[in-house]
Design a protein around this ligand. Sequence first.
Ligand SMILES: [Zn+2]
Length: 156
Amino acid sequence: MIRAFPLKHYAHRSKREKITAPAKLVTERVNFSHPDLSRAMNRLLRNCGRTIVRKKLESLKEDRHIQNQELNGAYSSQGCRCGYVDAKNRKSQSEFECKFCGLTMNADVKSAKVIDGRSSAPNLGAKYISKRSVLDELVKRFIERRKVGADNRSAL
Ligand SMILES: [Zn+2]
């Protein structure tokens, strides 16, 4: 599955306004594998899936001048906008509920927002950094946010 929602493009539009194509898509690199399939089937699925997606993105770029930015999607399904990352945040395939701040939302929409936010965070969004590096950065950011919040509260 590709999570590619031009959120910023549509966020301020009313229902009556004509929706036009976005100038840019932000997508995550998808693995295209399934644990129940054989190694050979996973390789076939991965190769076909990547080829189909790559060709579609190339045609969007050529035909409609829509740019694509592919980002690292590690922990995008488990992370919240408050910065808390936990596998338990994902209640089901479609439901997200943050165990820290209580945010509830459609899991795919929330993940797309996380991916979109990474488009301006190079040390999180880089395609080829390890999952461990992404998790370390997310935890560091969450702790920093809590410190800043605590400092602001104690200054009042
Ligand atoms: Zn949260």
